[in-house]
Structure formats: C-alpha cells, structure tokens
Ligand binder design. Structure first.
Ligand code: SF4
Length: 200
C-alpha cells in the first residue's frame, strides 16, 4: 500500500534511525545490529537519516559500555566501569540534533531497543545503590522526543509486527505529505523568497 502511495504522490519520507540498525559498525564493541525488516522493508520506502549519538558525542569505537543510573524518570547516563557522567554532553547533543532535524524536515524515527542512549521503552536503569533494575528511556531518545513530541517514533523490534509497522508507516507518510504541502504553500514560498538575499 505504501509503495502505491509513494508512486502516486511522489512522497519519500525522511526518517531518523539508530545507525547500528542499518549495519553501521558503531556499537561499543565495534559491531552492528542490522535489522533486516527495518533496513530492508522500510528502507525501500523511506530516506534514512542515520545517527549514532554515542559516536557523535565523541566516545569512539570501541568504547566502554555505558548505562542509565538513578531515577527512571530522570536517569543519569554514566560509563559503567568508571562512573563518568555523560548526562550533560548527551542532553546538549540531543537538543542540538533536534534543532538540526527540525530544519532538515523529519517525518519519523526508528530507535534501537534497550540502548541507554537510543532505547524508547523498558531500558534498564540501575538504582543508586547499584542494585535493582527499573525501566526507563534512553537519554538521547527522551531528550529528542521532548523537543519533537509529535514525531512518529518506534523501536525496531515492534516494527516486526505487521500491524504496528503499518500504523507507523501511515503516521510517517501522513507527516511527509503534511511537510510537502507546507513547503508548497504559496504563503511559505513567498516568505522564503522574501528572506532570500537580493543580488547586488
Ligand atoms: S543504539 Fe544508538 S548509541 Fe548505541 S550503537 Fe546504536 S546508534 Fe549508537
């Protein structure tokens, strides 16, 4: 169905994605988590915008594993071995990235499950005492979605379910069509033309 929509309306949504899901070797151990359903089935319909927040804040590959710690509602992001606190760095990066993606025009996001940076739901959070596991959201994903609250977002595992995948794609295509309509609106075009510098 989405293929027909794509051909009929010429719409190709732009969707952010955790880069490891496309096969990029950006994980802490130098590996990837390529997901064939996401990379293959969805990849045929959308334009990906891959992001690895841990690499982009300068942690490198390979790197020490990190985790969420403290309160599940406002967890800290720390290096598991040393306790180094990465919370501020990751928050600032996610806020800047949200502004960049808004300018670029984004129609959805696919996040890697259970990652302390990218996970959307049920990410383990270690309690202050070091024991017990509560469940939270990855720090990059939560900060980004605070800034872009209407952006359709899902984790890769849930997209293996055909009904969930269909619902996600419908929301993504609706967002893409809305963005295109806005771009073509005469008012927006003339506002942009007014902003363009005149030749001297
Ligand atoms: S889950 Fe996110 S932070 Fe971790 S490797 Fe994948 S893209 Fe990078």
């Amino acid at each position: 169905m989405q293929k027909i929509e794509t051909q009929k309306h010429g719409v190709r949504p732009r969707v952010g994605i955790s880069a490891c899901l496309l096969g990029d070797r950006v994980r802490y151990d130098g590996g990837h988590k390529r997901d064939p359903v996401v990379a293959g089935t969805l990849g045929a319909l959308v334009e990906w915008v891959p992001v690895c927040p841990e690499v982009e804040i300068g942690l490198g590959v390979p790197r020490r594993p990190i985790r969420l710690s403290g309160s599940p509602r406002v967890p800290r992001l720390v290096v598991a071995e040393t306790g180094e606190d990465l919370t501020g760095r990751m928050r600032r990066f996610a806020e800047d990235k949200a502004a960049d993606l808004l300018r670029l025009g984004l129609d959805g996001y696919v996040f890697k499950s259970r990652s302390p940076s990218c996970g959307l739901i049920g990410v383990p959070v270690q309690g202050r005492s070091g024991s017990g596991r509560r469940l939270g959201r990855g720090l990059y994903a939560s900060t980004l979605l605070d800034r872009l609250p209407t952006l359709p977002a899902e984790e890769e595992g849930r997209l293996h379910d055909p009904a969930m995948r269909k619902r996600f794609l419908e929301r993504v295509f609706a967002a893409a069509r809305g963005r295109r309509r806005l771009r073509r609106s005469p008012r927006i075009r003339s506002a942009r033309a007014r902003r363009r510098p005149r030749p001297t």
